[in-house]
Design a binder for this molecule. Structure first.
Ligand code: ZN
Length: 258
């Protein structure tokens, strides 16, 4: 084949691939797009033109591997104790919504947006929580939690703690304000800790799709509505998330042992 024809074929192939990439990122879920951006900014298609021939190489496998070795967990936002005016133990709290299960994360984003529209600003106090951090709360007493490591939905990225912020200050003791937030969360199908008594935990929201902590502990994933349409990258996202969670666990467990 003449060199010009080969080059044309190579370019066409490259265009096809780019078009496919855009299509996939357009319809993907939030998290999928995020990974897709990385994925497609990696050298997915590479056209090398030499005097002798035209080589097209698609380094797809390599790019997939690159996602799995990302150190995204290191960039998660976290806060130190007393950041929100309360004693929450010595270990930092992860506040990043990216640390949450993709479906639950989207529910929480909606909750934050809905509350904002009602004039209530919410801050994220804690999203994913390591086993080590959960144990710290357990030792701190019943005021904090009844659940030991692995028993809280926070260990599966399926729970979050928020607090309303007024004039830059976290407001922990306004029951009416909590109620307004709790009602919005319940409308989104979330379980609200403001309904609990021991402990009353109005900043806590969780969702498990009907699963219990025992299901979650053995790795069962909650059933997500229309998962294939709305979250085509769910399996991959959860795989990456679990890897990140494990890294955080290793880091915080190391602190505990000191
Ligand atoms: Zn909580």
């Amino acid at each position: 084949m003449p060199k010009s024809l080969l080059l044309a074929a190579a370019l066409l192939c490259s265009i096809c691939f780019t078009a496919q990439a855009q299509h996939s990122s357009l319809f993907a879920s939030y998290d999928c797009r995020e990974h897709a951006e990385f994925f497609y900014s990696a050298p997915v298609e590479e056209v090398i033109v030499t005097d002798a021939d035209v080589t097209v190489s698609l380094e797809v496998e390599e790019a997939v591997e690159a996602i799995d070795t990302l150190n995204g967990w290191k960039h998660w936002q976290y806060v130190e104790n007393f950041h929100f005016g309360k004693d929450r133990g010595a270990m930092p709290m992860i506040t990043d919504l990216n640390a949450l299960h993709p479906y639950f994360r989207d529910r929480i984003k909606t909750l934050i947006e809905t509350c904002e529209a009602k004039g209530i600003t919410l801050a994220v106090v804690e999203s994913y929580r390591t086993h080590a951090k959960q144990n710290e709360y357990k030792v701190m007493g019943k005021k904090y939690t009844n659940s030991g490591a692995g028993k809280s939905k926070h260990q599966y990225g399926l729970a979050v703690d928020v607090v309303p912020v007024v004039n830059g200050v976290a407001v922990w003791d306004n029951k009416a304000l909590w109620k307004s937030v709790g009602v919005e969360g319940e409308k989104l199908g979330l379980r609200w800790g403001g309904r609990w008594r021991k402990p009353y935990d109005p900043g806590h929201f969780e969702w498990t799709g009907g699963l219990t902590s025992s299901h979650l502990a053995v790795g069962v994933l909650p059933p997500v509505p229309r998962v294939e349409d709305l979250y085509p990258c769910m399996a991959q996202d959860v795989r990456v998330l679990r890897r990140y969670w494990k890294e955080w666990e290793t880091a915080q467990s190391a602190v505990t042992r000191k």
